[in-house]
Design a protein around this ligand. Structure first.
Ligand code: PLP
Length: 353
């Protein structure tokens, strides 16, 4: 792709001052990448100063949620250059999301160039303390102005970015969601369709209102099996083995999940992918057969779970919080991401413009 670079972009980056407290996803980098799709083809990529965009009030996205997104990180780490973590996996998942929502494919090379160019352009603003990163948010939405229920024929792809602190520093308290569901068979739970997240907010707020951090979603059909958290996959250490729900179509195949499974295999920790019945799991926590549980995702990396609660007040405290397995996997993953150990899986991709 030939990327058109706005003439003032570099001075915009130079003038930008990072706040003392970055937060996660709160500080927006002053650069964005934009590509528009019309008449069946993608136009030229543009690297622009971050700014408002205009959208027609009848644009399809506002009425029918034809919008998908991704989340990935770039690290300053120990390297002179900025490194993206497994961006090709995000590109592939982005296109699976687009296909499910009847949106045009974005060639992998354009996705990679977009995230890479934004990262390279804001390189001076990528924070480098442990846990910090540049969080990248690629998204695509239907822009065709028309109120009829039909797919859009024009789209905008954007990449925005946020110099960020770690999202989660402590342990998570999660509550079993036995009422609402996040995703059903044949739905959109296995892709990053934005509607999934809007529909999860009600349970998330109820969870925080009752002293938890997040709901733990169960399958929609039987309300019996653990699925995931709203933006993280779920793992439990049971009898010394690592268990995680299989990606059977209703949970998001996480890049971090895949990385944790690869690392566990490498470290000789047995991994079982399959159904985890919630009631059995809770009993295994009580009997201390389940020693640890953790959530993982790009934003949170590996976040230990301290308690799984029920809405009726029952609490199941994990015997080990930040136990040996979660800690080992988290450290191994961060050491690769932040450049402290060799990238033995070839997961890092050097950003450039
Ligand atoms: C529903 C859901 N599950 C799991 C994850 C973790 O995926 P990843 O590790 O690719 O960030 C995410 C984050 O994108 C998510 O939105």
């Amino acid at each position: 792709m030939t990327m058109n670079i706005h003439p003032e972009l570099l001075s915009v980056v130079e003038r930008f001052e990072l706040p003392d407290e970055l937060g996660f996803g709160e500080t927006l980098a002053p650069v964005m990448c934009r590509l528009d799709y019309a008449d069946g083809a993608w136009g030229e990529g543009q690297l622009l100063p971050y700014a408002d965009i205009s959208i027609d009030p009848s644009a399809k996205v506002l009425h029918f949620a034809q919008v998908v997104f991704e989340g990935l990180k770039a690290y300053r780490g120990e390297y002179a250059q900025i490194k993206l973590f497994r961006p090709h996996m995000n590109a592939a998942r982005f296109n699976r999301s687009c296909a499910r929502m009847l949106m045009p494919e974005l060639p992998e090379s354009l996705f990679i160039e977009g995230v890479s160019a934004v990262s390279a352009c804001v390189a001076p603003l990528v924070p480098g303390l442990p846990g910090q990163s540049l969080y990248l948010r690629p998204l695509m939405f239907g822009t065709q102005p028309s109120l009829g229920l039909a797919p859009s024929d024009s789209f905008t792809f954007l990449v925005i970015a946020s110099p960020s602190d770690a999202l989660i520093t402590g342990a998570l308290r999660v509550v079993v969601e036995r009422g609402m569901t996040r995703a059903s068979t044949g739905g959109t739970g296995n892709v990053k369709a934005s509607g999934n997240y809007g529909a999860s907010l009600h349970s998330s707020m109820a969870a925080t209102d009752s002293g938890f951090n997040q709901p733990l979603w169960l399958d929609a059909r039987e309300q019996k099996y653990v699925e995931e958290l709203s933006a993280m996959n779920f793992f439990a250490v049971i009898g010394g083995e690592l268990h995680t729900p299989g990606t059977g179509g209703t949970i998001l195949p996480g890049v971090t999940r895949d990385s944790v499974i690869a690392l566990a295999g490498d470290l000789g920790i047995p991994v079982r992918e399959g159904r985890i019945a919630i009631d059995t799991l809770l009993q295994q926590i009580r009997s201390k057969q389940c020693t640890e549980a953790f959530a993982c995702g790009t934003a949170a990396v590996v976040a230990p779970i301290s308690v799984i609660g029920e809405k009726d007040g029952a609490m199941y405290e994990l015997p080990e919080v930040s136990g040996p397995v979660a800690n080992r996997l988290r450290d191994e993953l961060l050491d690769i991401q932040e450049g402290r150990t060799p990238d033995r899986f070839n997961w890092l991709y050097t950003a450039g413009m």
